[in-house]
Design a protein around this ligand. Sequence first.
Ligand code: SF4
Length: 441
Amino acid sequence: MPAKTFYLETFGCQMNAHDSEKVVGTLMAKGYTQVPTPEEAGLVLYNTCSIRDKAEQKVYHRLQQFKRNGKDKVIGVLGCVAQQEGERIFERAPNVGLVCGSASYNKLGELLVQIEAGDRRVTGLSLDTDEAFDTPFTRRDNPHRAYITIIEGCDKSCAYCVVPFTRGPERSRTSESVMAEARRLAAEGYSEIQLLGQNVNSYRDPTPAGWNFATLLGRVAEISGIRRVRYTTSHPRDFGRDIVDAMDSNPAICDHVHLPVQSGSSDVLARMERLYTRDEYIERIDWLKNARRIYSITTDIIVGFPGETEKDFEATLALLDEVEYDSLFSFKYSPRPNTAALGLEDHIPDEEKQRRLVIVQEKQRAIQIRRNAGLIGSVKEVLVEGRHQALEQWIGRTSDNRTLNFTHPLDGAASLTGKYLPVRVTRSGPNSLVGESVTVV
Ligand code: SF4
């Protein structure tokens, strides 16, 4: 392999984005330099996602690029496709030299040594790890917001989901190590922390302290210097009342909950093995709507799950009207390897899934237009994330996770990035707000 240079491209969720930050830090600690293009790199890594078939195909498309040139490079596949496909990747993409799933990232250093020694094919595919990937070398991409993984893997078995097969069983980090990392980040100037896990709500401190998620959330939010704490992803079954109480009593915990419902039909939820009914889900929404603060609520929807009837689908549409989500991610069901849903009958044609997807998205768009318009005139605090030069606006994010771009009297003369500012909302669209700063810095 030529000089110790690497290129890394990340697909998928925030867990993957944060894993990549850890991988980058680990490689740099081993003397590697990150380069911006695969052409310049000796080691080309793809941190992959297999949650949907489309995401997986994208990775194979990337691997094709190295078929003719790139013989002097080591190509590595990391993440969920690596774990799911294992050594089959070597057959499908013979130029790949490293295959490593996220549960084996602790072994990345050893694997790199083998590659440097000339091994042509190395793998890290064990799922029987009992620790989370916790490294002091994380190279964070954002100077103000930091991710902290608190739990890895998942012990649920939702019928459509590959995660339990690709990320292994749940492993919670100790509260001590999470708190130490959060305090260190606050001391380094990070003001927003995002706690990550496939199911953060099932966090269980493995030490005798035995903190649950609500306790951990509250304690992180109490750290001096931390202005905002977010968390993702929640599972309605494990989303307890104590989490809402922790949010209500700590203003540093953001005004936003992402609570994936997937379907508004209890029958579909049962087939999905989601472990809650529509009524139980609505009960959690009611906790949030009757809380002391106003929380924005977002969700995930899957349309076209096997056996989803028109009546089931209408129940999902009715749920959107009932909850009035602030935003949602919607997807067509796509069959994934190893999952229980593969054994279900009554698969729905793609055109019908597409029709349902469009209906969901149009309905949600109308809801968002209405909800965002209701915010005109209000003043919201934003964390300034950067500047949109073409629009001559600063880019801000509200506590309730909206993009609020705004003008400011200083107008680009000084950087506002990283500051918290009050902004009055003056205009709204379906996906973002526009406003003007109400103070001069
Ligand atoms: S809770 Fe369900 S959807 Fe979420 S990661 Fe676990 S198995 Fe997948």
